[in-house]
Design a protein around this ligand. Structure first.
Ligand code: AMP
Length: 164
């Protein structure tokens, strides 16, 4: 379990964790791979969310998922890109979270992933929480905790009980 002091300080910045959907680069599941390739190259993010035309979250797409399709018998063949859609190659089994999210859940997911996807009850894409944004809040908490709480080592307490 996360210490109360940490949770309370992180809670103050909870709204800042999430990058809202309108600021997150995405592709549509029925876009062809040529289009997706251009988007990923332009935005320079390793992986981006895939949505449907009604903003539902569908999966994640990275450049390596696309380049796999380009591998032909005689090397790279980009002509395959227009024959496939994002839905054909995207990662589908993706862990998502909903608001109100628990800090503990986010921390667990971000150990293995660069970001976590936030959706609403209807699976509408709401935004992402990245390691970077979360680390900014951890940094803030690490600086503020001494101003808000008196932190003493438990060992001191044990020693004083023993000496009484
Ligand atoms: P960061 O922690 O900022 O390095 O972001 C981690 C990952 O989150 C990036 O590699 C991208 O896959 C994704 N990401 C961050 N910001 C955006 C954004 N504005 N649009 C799309 N994906 C993003």
């Amino acid at each position: 379990m996360i210490a109360k002091a940490v949770e309370q300080l992180m809670e103050q910045r909870k709204e800042k964790f999430m990058i809202p959907a309108e600021l997150v680069a995405n592709v549509l599941e029925n876009n062809n791979l040529e289009h997706a390739f251009l988007v990923l190259t332009k935005v320079r993010y390793a992986k981006i969310p895939v949505l449907d035309s009604k903003q539902h979250f569908k999966g994640l797409l990275s450049l390596s998922m696309i380049t796999e399709t380009m591998l032909g018998l005689n090397g790279i063949d980009p002509s395959n890109l227009t024959k496939h859609t994002v839905a054909d190659v995207m990662e589908k089994d993706v862990h998502t979270i909903q608001k109100p999210f628990k800090l503990e859940d986010i921390l667990h997911i971000l150990v293995d992933e660069n970001f976590v996807v936030v959706v609403d009850e209807q699976e509408i894409f709401t935004g992402i929480i990245t390691r970077r944004e979360l680390l900014k809040s951890v940094n803030h908490m690490a600086h503020e905790i001494g101003n808000n709480y008196e932190i003493k080592p438990l060992i001191e307490k044990a020693d004083s009980i023993r000496s009484n």
